[in-house]
Write a protein that binds this ligand. Structure first.
Ligand code: 4AD
Ligand code: MG
Length: 505
């Protein structure tokens, strides 16, 4: 058996493919089957003069998603997806599928989410999850080539790492246990044993609200490095993300094209990432400081005006086309053409309406941002829209960040955390920082955060036995996939998303 991906090695030869029918079109004496085998897509042409009458009859009965075995000759054809076509010499039906619930027409997102087990077969989902695979593979490659050791942190945990508000509690032989929110504290212990390590595991956070950035179960990559400070940490983050972006650009051209990803921002992200302190970031968000001649508030106001002008033009075009269709005598083909146009225009209008709702909110929250607060989703959107590379924000007011972050020795109001904010409005994809090494400061913070001291004694031991400066970070895999693929929502970045209101399929 041969996979579609390998067809270029078999030009002019006879092969046997096994797969599913992604589309079927019949014309006189011919059946065109778009075959999907997981590795790619390929058109197979069944000619009634070249196969048995029984086989040709079967070909004509293949419904969408039927499983089939097809033998045929591989012919180069530049016009085809994948560049090859199969001239069928034999065909065996494996199963004729019942009517497939996902049709070619547009479906609502909740319906598609209910059909996630079948939706995965669509071309767009296929492309996104292949990009996800390339990202995962290149993450391992990067850390392995840099001499990191992959280690696993436990999933049942007895202590909170990122605060107690979003823990999933379970029963561990009669005692409460929590699903891991982060492997970091264990990562620190492993870094003291192995130098440079990374974990790559499932992470759980109870987020009782529906946002386009939050999953309840996601995958996090958490490197932790002994003898690194915050600046070395930022160097590593930049090298790491650029390596992954470059691999995706090199290896996923076809997939990126399939999902219509404009890759210019990915290419510009291979340039240096700006490093802003929290203070600088706040000044930019509030419009007190410009970036490359751009002001956050003014550019949003300009954009709002543009959005509204576009909406007026689109509404006019929709009305115009609808009036034309209503006049009797228009040819059927022309009516169809206009109806498709109208449907597309209505989709564009929906996106513009969303921007029209969002932009004023972003302007408001940017203007009213209170110095000292953590950045919210809309603040991240406001700042990242001004850049065409990821931005690193470091040195945060210590009150808004996790208990384990080191204070800046020159200015203890700030903790040495760093967030990486992805451009195009995506916002936080990485959170990390240098770790506090002073045992007493850590104990004070644990009390301040109202965490049970006894559960952290093992962690505090790390500050007693050969304590060294160290740092690390956590990358949310799905957030990275979402940005690199420019998805509207994180739910399409993982095969089976788990989030508020969604546990099936
Ligand atoms: O910023 P966070 O909470 O940082 C930590 O957990 C640190 N312990 C990491 C470390 O330094 N080792 O989470 C890290 C990243 C975020 O930047 C985001 O990309 C992702 O994890 N993330 C989520 N992704 C999807 N859904 C959620 N609910 C997420 N919460 C965090
Ligand atoms: Mg964070």
């Amino acid at each position: 058996m041969v996979y579609i991906k390998q067809l270029s090695e078999f030009e002019g030869k006879e092969v046997t493919l096994k797969g599913w029918v992604a589309n079927r079109r019949d014309s006189k004496g011919l059946v065109f089957i778009n075959l999907r085998d997981g590795s790619g897509l390929c058109q197979c042409v069944a000619d009634e003069n070249k196969i048995t009458a029984g086989e040709f009859d079967q070909a004509g009965k293949l419904s969408l998603e039927s499983a089939v075995e097809i033998s045929g000759t591989v012919v180069k054809d530049e016009r085809q997806i994948g560049g090859f076509e199969i001239q069928v010499t034999g065909l065996k039906t494996i199963q004729v599928a019942e009517e497939f619930p996902i049709a070619k027409k547009e479906h609502g997102i909740e319906f598609l989410m209910d059909q996630r087990h079948l939706w995965l077969r669509s071309q767009r989902q296929w492309a996104i999850l292949r990009i996800r695979n390339t990202i995962i593979y290149s993450i391992h490659n990067f850390f392995q080539k840099e001499g990191f050791m992959q280690m696993d942190a436990p999933i049942f945990t007895g202590n909170a790492c990122e605060g107690t508000s979003n823990l999933f509690e379970t029963d561990f032989y009669g005692d409460p246990a929590y699903l891991s929110q982060s492997g970091q504290l264990y990562g620190e212990a492993m870094a003291m044993a192995f130098g440079k390590i990374y974990t790559f595991g499932p992470t759980f956070r109870a987020e009782k609200s529906k946002t386009r950035r939050h999953l309840s179960e996601f995958w996090m990559i958490e490197p932790e490095m002994a003898f690194y400070d915050i600046h070395q940490n930022m160097d590593l983050i930049e090298n790491f993300l650029q390596y992954v972006i470059k691999e995706v650009l090199d290896k996923c051209q076809a997939e990126l094209k399939l999902i219509d990803r404009d890759t210019s921002v990915l290419e510009s992200s291979l340039n240096k990432f700006p490093r802003l302190t929290y203070d600088e970031a706040v000044a930019i968000i509030k419009g007190e400081k410009d970036v490359n001649g751009q002001n956050s508030i003014k550019s949003l106001e300009v954009e709002l005006a543009e959005v509204e002008a576009k909406m007026i033009a689109i509404i006019a075009e929709i009305n115009d086309r609808e009036t034309k269709i209503a006049v009797p005598g228009m040819k059927k083909g022309e009516i169809n053409f206009n109806q498709t146009k109208i449907a597309n225009l209505k989709n564009d209008l929906k996106d513009l309406e969303e921007s029209q709702r969002n932009i004023p909110q972003w302007i408001e929250s940017a203007k009213n941002f209170r110095y000292g607060n953590d950045l919210g989703g809309s603040d991240e959107t406001v700042i990242t829209r001004l850049f065409d590379v990821p931005v690193m924000v470091y040195d945060w007011p210590h009150e808004v960040k996790a208990f384990y972050l080191k204070r800046n020795p020159e200015n203890p109001r700030f903790a040495r955390g760093v967030d990486v904010l992805a451009p195009e409005g995506y916002g936080e994809i990485v959170g990390g920082g240098e770790r506090e090494t002073n045992e007493q400061l850590l104990r004070d913070k644990i009390i301040e955060h109202d965490l049970p001291m006894a559960d952290f004694e093992w962690y505090l031991d790390l500050r007693k036995y050969g304590s060294v400066p160290h740092a690390g970070f956590g990358l949310g895999l799905e957030r990275l996939v979402t940005w690199l693929c420019k998805l509207k929502h994180v739910r399409e970045s993982i095969p089976f998303p788990r989030m508020y209101g969604r546990l099936l399929p």
